[in-house]
Design a protein around this ligand. Structure first.
Ligand code: GUN
Ligand code: ZN
Length: 425
């Protein structure tokens, strides 16, 4: 049974960081997306698709904008309940808010409830896939994959490993990190839409032995992603230098322990040296920009030139980030780029939040409004509040019509979210 979603459609035909951004999209004012068995089978003018699919069920979204669902390339779902916790910088913030909350995930019921809350919030904000850190507790990984599977979502996640510089009840060991991660990987990687991600939290909370053990696990499972944090705050970088005096730089710590590669996802990556940038490019690794987190925790301004060089994802970094919304996250990315004199085009922002993040995750069947991709879709009302509506009313171009929602929109702009063709709101 075919379903036709009618509305404005916007699909990327090229990477807007490699070409004229406005020329990298195909826009239909009266467009349609054909969905069959959870996948997109056609995108085009509404009249053409109606003619081609006369029997289809039609869902008319009017003038709303149909986009691929947002892909959040770096989140900590266990930090849902401590989002917007005030007054700290990174290490302080981890110790004061994050670690006490993550310790509560020793209770599988708390993990299950938080996973459900988090995924429902994500869907309400138009986010259909994410790559999440869990906690050190294996049940926290089961919780997010179970909740994701129940919703039909493509979820990437891994057990966050830490064997030092964390409270006693949040420490594993090199061996248990390997064993528990391997068991979870064997259980979940490739089960439906679940994908396991090897997850050392960051260099300061892992011993060299633990980093090596996780490097070994990754090399034994090379189709898995590996996620961690890199060069988020200057204090953190100085700490890494003290802990690993023999390393050339922060990235070198990961490299010498087998934790650098094309399927590596390096969150934040703000204060990189030239050598680190070059190495990331050599191996074709991915960096993830977390702009609301970087301003909220006071970390620094990501260099958008990286998006021309590297796979680059966009992420909320919930709960270091201050919003569940990828719209708000795009707005923050725009503002950060402005502060660096790197004006971003709205097409580039939308790309980062969809196909860009999907590419960072090496996923080709999400983040695209194209035949063959999964029907993970967000439908945006471009006049969702009085403030946005009055600006939208004056828009002369597509980009003027879209940009107020990027800058001022939130979950009120999300008219519907589809996961594998199923309406979730
Ligand atoms: N670095 C290590 N752990 C974390 C975390 O949970 N959040 C952020 N923003 N940075 C980190
Ligand atoms: Zn993070």
């Amino acid at each position: 049974m075919t379903t036709l979603l009618l509305g404005q459609t916007l699909a990327f035909t090229a990477d807007p960081f490699q070409t004229d951004p406005a020329g990298a999209v195909r826009h239909q004012t009266h467009g349609a997306v054909a969905v069959d068995d959870g996948r997109i089978t056609d995108v085009g003018p509404a009249d053409d698709l109606r003619r081609a699919h006369p029997q289809a069920q039609v869902i008319d979204h009017g003038a709303n904008l149909i986009l691929p669902g947002f892909v959040d390339a770096h989140v900590h779902y266990p930090q849902t309940a401590i989002i917007a916790s005030w007054g700290k910088r990174l290490i302080d913030w981890l110790n004061t808010y994050t670690f006490p909350e993550e310790a509560r995930f020793s209770d599988p019921a708390h993990a299950a409830a938080t996973a459900e809350t988090y995924l429902d919030l994500a869907l309400a904000h138009g986010t259909t896939s994410m790559c999440s850190f869990a906690t050190i507790h294996p049940a926290s990984v089961d919780a997010i994959f179970t909740a994701g599977t129940a919703r039909g979502m493509a979820v990437w996640a891994g057990k966050t490993c830490m064997d030092r510089n964390a409270p006693g009840d949040l420490r594993d060991t090199a061996q248990s990190a390997y064993d528990d991660s391997k068991a979870l990987l064997d259980r979940w990687h490739g089960a439906g839409r679940a994908r396991y991600v090897v997850t050392p939290r960051f260099a300061p909370t892992s011993s060299p032995d633990q980093l090596s053990a996780l490097g070994a696990l990754w090399s034994e499972n090379p189709d898995c992603l590996m996620q961690t944090h890199l060069s988020e705050q200057t204090d953190e970088i100085a700490w890494v230098r003290d802990l690993f005096p023999e390393a050339r730089d922060y990235l070198d710590v990961y490299e010498t322990h087998g934790l650098m590669g094309e399927r590596g996802l390096y969150g934040h990556s703000i204060h990189l040296t030239e050598r680190e940038r070059a190495r990331l490019r050599d191996v074709n690794a991915a960096v993830v920009h977390c702009p609301t987190s970087n301003t909220f925790i006071g970390s620094g301004l990501f260099d958008m030139d990286l998006a021309r060089m590297l796979r680059t994802g966009l992420a909320t970094d919930t709960g270091g980030g201050s919003s569940f919304s990828m719209l708000r996250t795009m707005a923050a990315a725009y503002e950060v780029a402005q502060l660096r004199g790197q004006a971003l085009h709205p097409a580039q922002l939308l790309y980062l939040a969809t196909e860009g993040s999907a590419r960072a995750l090496h996923a080709t069947d999400i983040g695209r409004l194209a035949s063959g991709a999964m029907a993970d879709i967000v439908v945006l009302d471009l006049a969702s509040t009085p403030a946005i509506a009055q600006r939208h009313a004056r828009a002369d171009t597509l980009w003027e019509a879209v940009f107020p929602t990027i800058m001022m929109g939130d979950d009120r702009a999300v008219a519907q979210t589809y996961v594998a063709g199923r309406a979730m709101l």
